[in-house]
Design a protein around this ligand. Structure first.
Ligand code: GDP
Length: 586
């Protein structure tokens, strides 16, 4: 519904561009020429507060807000023949500037666009680029649902071209130096250069990768970089009234960023519908008609292509579309509801059904019930090599420490040299982060064959019972899922350890192979045992290409316990179904 959203520097460098349809740079350029170049209307005057309703009424006016720490922002609006443009001009203490602009048809009448601009600015300044894109999509969805409710009767009209032909001055980003742009992993904050450009700074951030160059004792983090290893604790989760520490989902993280910023009228996110961009090809089928097989046939390929592009495997994409087909053929769209909207809602329902676990996942309750019987709760983590087993096992341990459980990490990867030392490093770090001494410990017995693995597993459980550990977290050797010889020992391991939960860590990056990974691991434990959960790691690295999680859940029916969102101990989130659906449909 909005036509364009831009974040750019006054110098003309575009930092972010959301553009679902055609480019409205002529509107932005007029705005730049008329308002921004001279800055005649953008002179910060401390102290005055803007109210959205006021700003809506005074379309040509502008308002300044003084924020904390000498930052200013100016909010205002600009109108072209057919479009409204609302802007937020931000400058920080060092006089570095950014402009946030939203462009929408002047036929649309919605209130509080400044809330949106303020929120987006806060999210932009407080997240990495990948996270920002995800947050932007979520927040946009909220805005669009509010547009729907406030402008029921508005149907967007075909745009007529503007008469003015202005040469765009908004440029693509220039190539930045290495120092300005760094690989996006872990938490990074934006740091500003004197010329107004920024680079993403991860300071001395040490990722949780201890698989290389370790001495026998396992190197440990200094107090200074322990903080880097923990990441952003505020966003990790919160303690409930009953004392359980629950991990946040991504929507909650966005809310937390917004509520922590002193945005004058930041709005709580509410999430209900998804973006409409990929469904544009259905738009021509008008509302009020009965949908036929031919209507659906026309769009099947495009829909399937869209899902496959997001890493959903082709077979699964087709199965999902068949479900949509069943539901839609013969149904009638409501007045003003296009087949696009109906299909979109149907796909959304399919995905929600798929990704929402059948029964509630309450691991903490289960751990507690065993604890009161003085029995350790055993969780083992399996997966292909390098997917993030040890890292995410350590994140689980960190979460359990927040819940005051005593954790015994067990090194059942007796094959890969360095595996034990890698875990020792995590345990050493986590010991420093624990609430009490001896809250976490390592159980290991070096390297050897499959027999040793079973022995270690049994030994660890016995040790945990005798020493009052509440949870045993077992790391296992990474193995290729399609190599039956490597997979075979998993059955004897499962018999020996008899874990309460077996969790497969799968990468978000993996694409179609995720189906076979999930199926092969699921059947590796023998006839009476299967996987209990997935942790989908590296979700921070794939943008919206999150089809792997759909593949894994569709293929096995096994739910996702957490998603990994980075390389610090707090980069673990529960899956927000709404977020996932939004990503898949964007
Ligand atoms: P394992 O061989 O399966 O135990 O994998 P590791 O735990 O050693 O992780 C392999 C690499 O993936 C390391 O560099 C980790 O820091 C990285 N990693 C693990 N989880 C995530 C995640 O959620 N996001 C990102 N960006 N990297 C991750």
């Amino acid at each position: 519904m909005i036509d364009q959203f831009l974040v750019f520097k006054p110098s003309g460098i575009v930092e972010f561009n959301y553009q679902p349809g055609k480019n409205f740079s002529h509107v932005t350029n007029s705005f730049i020429e008329d308002i921004l170049v001279s800055e005649r209307k953008i002179k910060p005057v401390a102290g005055s507060e803007v109210k959205d309703d006021e700003a809506d009424e005074e379309d040509d006016d502008f308002k300044e807000e003084q924020l904390d720490d000498g930052e200013y922002q100016t909010l205002g609006s600009y109108a072209s023949d057919t479009h409204n443009l609302k802007y937020l001009f931000y400058r920080n203490q060092s006089n570095e500037k950014l402009v946030f602009v939203i462009i929408f048809s002047s036929l649309l009448n919605f209130r509080k666009p400044y809330d949106f601009l303020r929120d987006i600015k806060n999210l932009y300044l407080n997240s990495t680029s990948e996270k920002f894109e995800q947050f932007f999509n979520l927040r946009l969805k909220n805005l669009e649902s509010s547009l729907k409710t406030t402008s029921d009767s508005v149907t967007p009209k075909e745009q007529t071209p503007l008469s003015r032909d202005v040469t765009p001055v908004v440029e693509k980003p220039t190539k930045k130096s290495k120092k300005q742009i760094q690989a996006k992993s872990g938490k990074k904050s934006r740091k500003w250069n004197a010329d107004g450009s920024y680079y993403e700074d991860d300071g001395d951030s040490t990722p949780l990768d201890f698989s290389q160059n370790l001495d026998d004792t396992g190197s440990t983090a200094t107090t200074a970089n322990l903080e880097q290893l923990v990441g952003n604790k505020d966003n990790f989760g919160k303690t409930t009234k009953s004392g359980e520490f629950l991990v946040s989902d991504l929507s909650e993280e966005m809310d937390m960023i917004l509520s922590s910023k002193a945005a004058p009228s930041s709005k709580k996110a509410d999430s209900s519908s998804a973006t409409s961009k990929p469904f544009g090809f259905l738009r021509n089928i008008i509302g009020g008609k009965t949908i036929t097989k031919e209507d659906i046939n026309k769009v099947k390929n495009a829909l399937s292509h869209h899902l496959v592009k997001k890493n959903v495997s082709p077979n699964i994409a087709n199965s999902l579309i068949s479900e949509i087909e069943k539901e839609l053929i013969g149904s009638k769209t409501q007045n003003f509801t296009t087949v696009e909207e109906t299909a979109k809602q149907s796909l959304k329902q399919q995905l929600i059904k798929l990704l929402t676990p059948n029964s509630s996942i309450n691991l903490l309750n289960e751990i507690q019930s065993k604890k009161v019987k003085h029995e350790p709760y055993v969780i083992s983590v399996v997966g292909v090599n390098g997917v993030g087993k040890s890292t995410n096992l350590s994140k689980l341990a960190y979460w359990l420490l927040q819940n005051n459980y005593r954790v015994l990490i067990t090194a059942c990867d007796t094959f890969r040299s360095g595996a034990v030392e890698q875990l020792r490093t995590h345990v050493n770090n986590l010991t420093k982060l624990a609430h009490t001494p001896n809250q976490i410990s390592l159980f290991e017995s070096g390297y050897g064959g499959s027999d040793l693995v079973a022995k270690i597993a049994i030994g660890a459980i016995k040790h945990a019972k005798e020493n009052g550990f509440d949870v045993v977290l077992m790391d296992t050797a990474g193995r290729r899922h399609n190599d039956s010889q490597l997979m075979a020992p998993l059955a004897s391991f499962a018999r020996a350890a008899d874990p309460d939960k077996i969790i497969m860590v799968g990468e978000a990056l993996v694409g179609s192979d995720s189906v076979m990974q999930a199926l092969n691991f699921n059947k590796a434990f023998g006839a009476n045992r299967h996987l209990d959960f997935f942790i989908v790691s590296k979700c921070d690295t794939v943008g919206d290409l999150i089809g792997s999680m759909v593949n894994m859940v569709y293929a096995t029916g096994i739910p996702i316990l957490f998603v990994g969102t980075g390389q610090t101990y707090t980069d673990l989130r529960t899956l927000s179904v709404d977020w996932a659906v939004n990503m898949l449909m964007s």
